[in-house]
Design a binder for this molecule. Structure first.
Ligand SMILES: C[C@H](C(=O)O)C(=O)SCCNC(=O)CCNC(=O)[C@H](O)C(C)(C)COP(=O)(O)OP(=O)(O)OC[C@H]1O[C@@H](n2cnc3c(N)ncnc32)[C@H](O)[C@@H]1OP(=O)(O)O
Length: 548
């Protein structure tokens, strides 16, 4: 048989002289330039036992479970939340009735920033991009009729994660639920807030301390809970390439591991409950290879660098979401096709949990119809295409294996660079992440503007605007929240509130684990804003330095 080079020289070369390659930018979204073809010659030095293995075994390239989707389909977990707790509770029930298999909560901006709905900073934003939760009273309504022992719930909350998690747990305790049985995830990934999304309150060091409190407390008290979802999603949405997303996110994950080890925690006690979250963009094979490379890097580093012995500590389990940033407002119905392709990549990449974006995402929060089509897209992939019937069906593809290797190598290059500069917190301080991402975003935008990269409906194949109905938020929600907060403040025990806040403040002064104090605050109906404010008196507030 000919070698690849021989074929390129004797067959491909002459053929493309006669009929030249299209003048098009074939690079993927990480600026890697694929060759026209891959063969066994590209896998020289590749070792199937070392680099691929079997599903459910180190290094987990092929998936964390031996049976992957033949055992259990990925969790269909649609991110939802708007308006009041009552309205979101209704949407949650509708999604479960439609066949969704887990819940995922979107909070409004005031909640994400640690402000109560009646704070003057919250005006105009209450219930807009998610649900408003200011105290246990809201949490009780939000999850009414949903059993925390049978439905796992994710909550996208970062700076105020400890307080919101404590409210969820307090609500379960009030219903007499067994904390050993309740499962779910809090995002709780503050590092990517400093890198990308910018929803921070305190400076990096105390913020990371609060995260490590959950690493210590979670496995002992709520053992089935994933107390972190280390997130590449927001890094990617802020302009990073796929390789940068992978590298920066894994570097964040390693940073948390190192901080937990510094605290003296046992790696095999906390690491099995670290989870991840990736953004799945348009380049189909790049995204599949990214997920495979992510599992392999995590497994290798956790075993060989950090000395974890429990195989569960080596397994990178992940949620994925189709890329919001890839869904333009122009010709929005085309986004249904984009989401289907991205979701297929997430599934072929072996995700554990998936959110599919609604086609109207660029315009507003999804309407119920748009959210249902997005869920149905997952169900079509799961039940009609056959892709869930064979484990890691792309293994052994010359291209996919080579790309997995290349992405692993490129991401490890970044991870080593970050380690050399002194770690993630140093990279935040010196603007490294921001500059790298800005450069990548600029390059991408230039490619779009010069039509070096075609986005259908945006810079080519354009047509007149198509109107679609959008979801509007009733401003009345602000009044509902104000009234409920007033009632909470009137009816709670002020002495208990005062004591709970004093105890929470003490943890910031002494460095003690804050979770017991957050839990008591939740039970005492201390509001979110009051809790965040008392910690500000010790930790201060973070002001981002200018990056030049
Ligand atoms: C963009 C937006 C914003 O900011 O605005 C956002 O951030 S939205 C962000 C939204 N984020 C999310 O929704 C995060 C979602 N994350 C998660 O659900 C989790 O962290 C996850 C990724 C680990 C997935 O957890 P999950 O419970 O859904 O799924 P798992 O795969 O862990 O499955 C549940 C249980 O079934 C077991 N299991 C699963 N598959 C198999 C199999 N084939 N054979 C045997 N057992 C299996 C698992 O070990 C586990 O058990 P056991 O538990 O006993 O091990």
């Amino acid at each position: 048989m000919k070698t690849k080079n021989e074929w390129m020289g004797s067959v491909y070369g002459p053929a493309t002289q006669k009929f030249p390659e299209r003048k098009y930018n074939f690079t993927n979204l990480s600026d890697m330039d694929p060759e026209p073809i891959y063969t066994a010659d590209d896998l020289e030095g590749w070792d199937a036992e070392r680099d691929l293995g079997y599903p459910g075994e180190f290094p987990y390239t092929r998936g964390v479970q031996p049976s992957v989707y033949r055992g259990k389909l990925w969790t269909m977990r649609m991110f939802a939340g708007f308006g009041s707790a009552e309205q979101t509770n209704e949407r949650f029930h509708a999604l479960l009735r439609a066949g969704q298999t887990g819940l995922s909560t979107a909070f409004d901006l005031p909640t994400l920033m640690g402000y109560d709905s009646d704070h003057h900073f919250s005006r105009g934003e209450v219930g807009k991009c998610g649900v408003a939760v200011s105290s246990l009273a809201d949490m009780e309504i939000l999850f009414q009729g949903i059993d925390p022992e049978t439905v796992t719930t994710s909550m996208t909350i970062n700076s105020p994660a400890n307080a919101i998690w404590a409210m969820y747990i307090a609500n379960a305790q009030k219903q007499g639920k067994d904390l050993n049985k309740i499962g779910g995830t809090i995002q709780n990934d503050i590092l990517k807030e400093f890198i990308a999304q910018k929803e921070f309150i305190y400076p990096p060091a105390p913020s990371v301390k609060l995260v490590i409190d959950t690493f210590e407390w979670g496995p002992r008290i709520v053992p089935k809970w994933n107390f972190i979802s280390v997130s590449g999603y927001h890094i990617r949405e802020a302009g990073a390439t796929g390789v940068q997303e992978l590298a920066f996110t894994l570097a964040d994950g390693f940073h948390y591991v190192e901080k937990a080890l510094e605290r003296g925690l046992d790696i095999d006690e906390f690491a099995p409950r670290i989870s991840f979250f990736w953004d799945i963009h348009n380049d189909f094979f790049e995204e599949i290879a990214k997920l495979r490379a992510a599992r392999r890097i995590w497994a290798r580093q956790m075993r060989d660098r950090y000395g974890a012995k429990n195989p569960k500590s080596w397994m990178l389990r992940t949620h994925s979401q189709t890329a919001g940033v890839s869904l333009p407002a122009q010709q929005p119905l085309n986004n249904i096709a984009r989401v289907a392709i991205q979701a297929l990549a997430a599934v072929l990449g072996g995700t554990q949990s998936l959110h599919t974006d609604a086609f109207d995402e660029a315009l507003a929060l999804p309407t119920e119809e748009a959210a249902t089509i997005a869920l149905r897209t997952q169900q079509i992939i799961a039940y009609e295409t056959g892709v869930a019937g064979v484990v890691d069906p792309l293994a052994g593809s010359y291209y996919v294996e080579k790309l997995t290797d290349d992405i692993e190598r490129a991401a490890m290059g970044y991870i080593e660079q970050i380690r050399m500069m002194g770690g993630v917190e140093e990279g935040i301080d010196n603007g490294f992440f921001q500059l790298e991402m800005a450069e990548a975003a600029y390059r991408y935008q230039r490619e779009v503007e010069t039509k070096d990269r075609i986005i259908v409906g945006v810079n080519d194949f354009v047509q007149d605007a198509v109107e679609v109905p959008i979801q509007l938020i009733d401003p009345e929600v602000e009044r509902v929240q104000e009234a409920r907060l007033a009632q909470v403040r009137r009816e709670r025990d002020p002495a208990r509130v005062e004591q709970a806040l004093a105890d929470l403040r003490d943890t910031a002064v002494t460095g003690a684990n804050s979770m017991p104090a957050f839990l008591e605050c939740a039970h005492a109906y201390v509001t979110l804003g009051e809790q965040m404010d008392v910690l500000k008196t010790v930790y201060g507030e973070y002001v981002e330095p200018a990056v030049v």
